[in-house]
Design a protein around this ligand. Structure first.
Ligand SMILES: NC(=O)c1ccc[n+]([C@@H]2O[C@H](COP(=O)([O-])OP(=O)(O)OC[C@H]3O[C@@H](n4cnc5c(N)ncnc54)[C@H](O)[C@@H]3O)[C@@H](O)[C@H]2O)c1
Length: 446
């Protein structure tokens, strides 16, 4: 017993010293929207980072010093690679060389809308093969409460290794907001919950080296649930405001004006905005991780289900509004030429995962419309077996379009110029809500 205690102390203290002196090597598994910015932060703070990804294209991009994530500038990648602070590989064999392993792999849904944690399991299986004693493992992938303790811990406790004595394990939710110009990885407070106190101590110390504020919580389960509360909060509030938009349409009241005025209240109100639905890898997926776990405990998460229902209806509603408008002009949807502005799931990112714009495009194509898109961040879109290419916006092309739908309001678009050259725009994002004058008649707001 005394020997075991001594060895915990020795390994924890040594790891802490290595972290503070930046001698600790950090492995980041999964170099996507979460993993790459994190790897760069560690590299810029002076750590040597080994990035592991099963996607050869991503690994090769980093080796070529190129970026594939809009928020991470190529020069930051080049700098980290040139200074030998970051190297990327598909090979897990060297995982024993690192002191800390941070897992940032995807956590999607199955077709049945149940959590798919197979990426986490595959990553941990590889870690188990090559791990060594004395490592700290942190899961950052969003998941249901209990995953770290109930799934990851038993897997790591193999080959005679045990928590605290041989390894430490924590969960720390990633809160990065792609496209957000004000808050980057290092500015966003980090929540950390270990499966043991020592795990929390060392994980918090690690993040303290790269992030301004670290908040410790009492367990990995709490940390897991924190993330799900945050994203459920967004999903429910977006659902509420989307329902408000539907109501405002019935009442012929401008929902944007209502929100703008409500926003003037300095307390007790936080603005959320309506739109074409929810996309991306988080807000429409994470709450379902929670409702699944709740069901296992015989509990029904009614807010989550309702928000999902309202948010998922929005693409259909957009199509119906377009149909209504074209009808007024005695034009059928079939054969109409429709331009979708922005197909990323939100502004200023190049990510189309779960984008509601894509649902809208599919519905319009199925109804026989001729559909085009423009997105400054995305060149091509494979849809219904065909490939659409992002159109250049010029006067001649815009004159041929019957209806433009602003599905994603990227900041770099000259909306005034777009409006000037368009016959009719359905502004689903409020991009044109402040426009007045003659051209304003061409706008239909959500
Ligand atoms: N994108 C966001 O805005 C965001 C924000 C907060 C949290 N999250 C969460 O972070 C996690 C990662 O999301 P993301 O957006 O970075 O995903 P992503 O798809 O952009 O990146 C994940 C990467 O992991 C790689 N990968 C998959 N399996 C692997 C394995 N076994 N070994 C090594 N690499 C593997 C993929 O090839 C991919 O490059 C998810 O759980 C997500 O919910 C995402």
């Amino acid at each position: 017993m005394a020997r075991a205690k001594k060895s915990i102390k020795g390994f924890k203290g040594d790891l802490q010293r290595r972290i503070v002196s930046r001698k600790a090597k950090v492995g980041v598994i999964g170099l996507g929207y979460v993993g790459l910015p994190l790897a760069i932060e560690f590299a810029e703070a002076g750590f040597t980072v080994m990035g592991i990804d099963i996607d050869k294209r991503r690994v090769n991009s980093i080796r070529r010093k190129e970026t594939y994530i809009t928020d991470v500038l190529a020069e930051r990648v080049a700098n980290a690679v040139d200074r030998r602070r970051l190297f990327a590989t598909t090979d897990y064999k060297k995982i024993g060389d690192v002191d800390v392993i941070v897992i940032c792999v995807p956590t999607p849904l199955r077709k049945t809308k149940e959590p798919d944690i197979s990426f986490i399991i595959k990553a941990v299986e590889e870690i188990v093969k090559y791990k060594r004693r004395g490592q700290l493992i942190i899961l950052e992938s969003t998941t249901y409460p209990g995953t770290t303790e109930e799934v990851v811990l038993p897997m790591l406790s193999s080959k005679g290794m045990s928590l605290n004595k041989d390894f430490l394990l924590a969960f720390s939710p990633e809160r990065v907001d792609p496209g957000n110009k004000s808050f980057k990885t290092k500015d966003i407070p980090k929540v950390v919950g270990g499966v043991s106190k020592s795990s929390t101590d060392v994980a918090a110390l690690l993040y303290n080296q790269i992030i301004r504020r670290v908040m410790r919580v009492s367990s990995s389960r709490v940390a897991e649930l924190v993330k799900l509360l945050e994203n459920t909060f967004r999903s429910v509030n977006i659902g509420l405001v989307n329902e408000f938009a539907l109501l405002c349409d019935k009442l012929s009241i401008d929902v944007w004006e209502v929100i703008e005025a409500a926003k003037s209240k300095p307390f007790g109100f936080m603005p959320f905005y309506p739109g074409p639905g929810i996309g991306g890898h988080c807000i429409n997926i994470d709450p379902l991780y929670l409702s699944w776990k709740a069901r296992l405990h015989g509990f029904e998460t009614r807010f989550i289900e309702l928000a999902q229902e309202v948010n998922m209806y929005m693409p259909r509603y957009v199509v119906e509004r377009v149909r209504r408008k074209l009808n007024e002009k005695k034009m059928p949807l079939k054969g109409s030429r429709i331009l979708i502005m922005g197909i990323a799931y939100k502004k200023d990112v190049n990510d189309t995962r779960e984008s509601p714009a894509i649902d809208i495009i599919k519905m319009l194509i199925n109804e026989g419309a001729a559909v085009f898109f423009h997105d400054p961040y995305i060149n091509k879109l494979k849809i219904n077996g065909a490939t659409l290419k992002s159109k250049l916006l010029n006067k001649k092309f815009l004159k041929t379009i019957d209806c433009t739908i602003i599905a994603t309001d990227h900041s770099s678009i000259d909306y005034k110029e777009l409006l000037k050259n368009s016959s009719f725009i359905f502004d689903v994002r409020g991009a044109l809500r402040k426009i007045k004058g003659a051209h304003a008649k061409k706008i239909m707001k959500l």
